[in-house]
Ligand binder design. Structure first.
Ligand code: ARG
Length: 593
């Protein structure tokens, strides 16, 4: 379907033309004076110079041509030359009727779908997920869903950190604790046990212990580097242990991401490109891009127009070891070979901005990607505590994701009970817990996504979990309210399936209808700008418009059957759009709350 603003613009453009002016002047925008009109056009002012005419006169002539319009109801010229407009009730009604019948509410699919890979996990094996991983997961998942809904071909990849020194550290610590493990017996040639010699909780304790020791003890660190080297060069026992570490850790990660409603299509890791690194490095040398500098192998990536210093991209360290850059570059090569994406999107903390600039330039310069492959880094800001500093536990440590979710859920249960008490109904314990999980996730995700990704934001438990204001729970509360009205309508004997949207009967209904009508334009914008916050802003406006209408309209006691069923139809469409939007943000609504 065409966007509603385009349809209105077309109408006004025709009128400009009919009055003898350039049609282009007829571009319409949403009114910035909603007290006066719904839409406005400033074209008469823009045309005044060209036509040597007072803008008000042009506006008046155009307004006259719109007298008989099927789209516009009230068109008036206002000084110094605005065209103020309202649309006809029938026009909005028909637009919404068509939305209801159309796939994806009339969202146009792109002529040519793009293949896009989104890299938005980045957890490190054997290290617990912490709040730093939260933003990447939340924002990335939403971007994946939005672009997929908008008709593109999307692959989400977790890109596990599974190959670096942390693996050597764990293996070293295991060896110190259990030197007799069969994995450390170099002469052993048999099969290794299927069961891992540790649990996830042990693993999560082993890593920080080993990491602390390596910082104090040089020989320990040397051992860990040696173990990393042995692992990477394929020593059997080390590989077998590594497989256990991955299995145990990935099982746990899957559970954690599932709780967040986050699902990756690919579970690849840094280790997956290990074997293709030598070939890539060779090609970079052969092509004359990579050269030795202080023993290390680097590629220059600075450009003449740079205003800041962009250091060379290091490909290999002086000891020949690969780095974070190396795996990212090899992964780009792998992704191009396996999937030929049009676009690669990376989500990380914005402190990695320069890093990705180097990697992208290097990939382009060395021909790892095509000239038209888009490489995009979305650097997000920090999630801060109320003190404005990066979010920490009460004791000042890094907040584990599980604990954060637990805290939110506890607060949500409290609020759900409180709400039930004031409303005078019973909630059973089990239901309150289930609902708290659903609403808690909405609180966290909406709190994050409603900010522009690049900005820092304050994680404010009280505000995020509130049922009022620009919050996830408010949106859910609105959906639940609609569902409850629909439920009651059905109980009264009404049928939901054969309802038809009618003309708006009052301003609040029309405002709601015009808000609903913005859906396709909003989704297109959110996808093009890679901006989930646009969906949040939209559903906040939509929920407000609905609640305004709800407070002014006695829906269920209405006697006029047609009018009532028209409202029900509008409610169904509003609910469906709200639910679609929250699904694109990565959360869902409960039945009651
Ligand atoms: N594992 C990394 C970390 O914890 C993040 C990886 C981000 N993605 C990437 N392709 N470099 O810092």
């Amino acid at each position: 379907m065409q966007k509603i603003l385009d349809l209105i613009s077309e109408e006004v453009q025709k009128a400009f033309e009919a009055a003898g002016y350039d049609a282009q002047l007829g571009r319409v925008t949403i009114s910035n004076r909603p007290d006066l009109c719904e839409y406005q056009c400033n074209g008469a002012m823009a045309g005044a110079k060209k036509y040597h005419k007072a803008p008000l006169m042009i506006a008046q002539e155009v307004a006259e041509k719109l007298d008989a319009s099927d789209v516009l109801a009230e068109v008036s010229a206002a000084a110094p030359g605005f065209l103020n407009m309202k649309v006809k009730e029938e026009f909005v009604r028909d637009y919404l009727r068509k939305m209801r019948e159309s796939e994806k509410f009339g969202l146009k699919m792109p002529g040519q779908a793009k293949k896009i890979i989104i890299d938005y996990g980045g957890p490190n094996v054997a290290k617990p997920l912490h709040v730093g991983h939260l933003r990447s997961a939340i924002i990335g998942e939403s971007i994946k869903r939005i672009c997929r809904y908008a008709g593109h071909d999307i692959i989400g990849d977790i890109h596990l950190g599974d190959w670096g020194l942390q693996m050597g550290l764990i293996i070293t610590e295991l060896q110190k604790r259990q030197p007799d493990l069969i994995y450390f017996d170099a002469s052993y040639e048999g099969e290794y046990p299927e069961e891992a010699p540790f649990t996830i909780s042990e693993l999560e304790e082993i890593y920080p212990t080993a990491s602390a020791k390596s910082k104090e003890d040089e020989t320990y660190k040397a051992d860990a580097m040696e173990a990393t080297y042995k692992l990477q060069s394929g020593v059997r026992g080390y590989r077998a242990l590594w497989n256990h570490i991955i299995d145990v850790s990935v099982t746990d990660l899957k559970k954690n991401y599932e709780n967040l409603n986050v699902a990756f299509d690919l579970w690849k890791g840094e280790s997956d490109v290990h074997d293709i690194i030598p070939g890539m490095v060779e090609a970079m040398k052969k092509g004359g891009y990579a050269y030795e500098s202080d023993g290390a192998l680097v590629v220059d990536v600075k450009e003449e127009t740079d205003t800041k210093e962009v250091p060379p991209c290091m490909i290999l360290k002086s000891d020949g070891a690969s780095l974070y850059n190396t795996t990212d570059l090899a992964t780009i090569m792998d992704r191009m070979e396996q999937h030929h994406p049009d676009k690669l999107i990376y989500l990380t903390d914005k402190r990695q901005e320069l890093y990705f600039e180097q990697v992208f330039r290097c990939a382009r310069k060395t021909g790892l990607v095509d000239a038209d492959t888009e490489l995009v880094h979305i650097g997000f800001g920090t999630m801060n505590g109320k003190d404005g500093k990066p979010f920490k536990t009460r004791e000042g440590g890094v907040m584990r994701l599980e604990n954060l979710i637990h805290e939110i859920n506890e607060e949500m249960i409290r609020k759900i009970r409180e709400n039930a008490e004031t409303k005078g109904y019973e909630v059973d314990e089990k239901e309150a817990e289930e609902t708290a999980k659903v609403v808690g996730l909405a609180a966290i995700k909406y709190g994050d996504l409603s900010n522009q990704a690049s900005k820092d934001y304050i994680f404010d438990m009280d505000r995020f979990t509130s049922f009022e204001g620009d919050t996830g729970p408010y949106i859910l509360y609105t959906i639940v309210r609609i569902k409850s009205i629909l439920g009651k309508y059905a109980e009264q004997g009404g049928t939901l399936t054969n309802t038809v949207i009618e003309n708006a009967v009052n301003d609040s209904e029309k405002s709601l209808m015009l808000e609903v009508a913005k859906f396709n334009a909003m989704i297109e914008g959110a996808c093009e700008e890679i901006a989930p916050h646009r969906i949040c802003a939209y559903i906040y406006d939509l929920a407000n418009a609905f609640n305004h209408f709800y407070h002014e309209t006695k829906i269920l006691t209405e006697e006029d059957v047609q009018k009532k069923s028209g409202w029900i139809a509008l409610l169904i469409l509003t609910r469906d759009i709200l639910e679609t939007c929250i699904d694109l943000l990565g959360f869902s609504a409960p039945e009651r709350m």
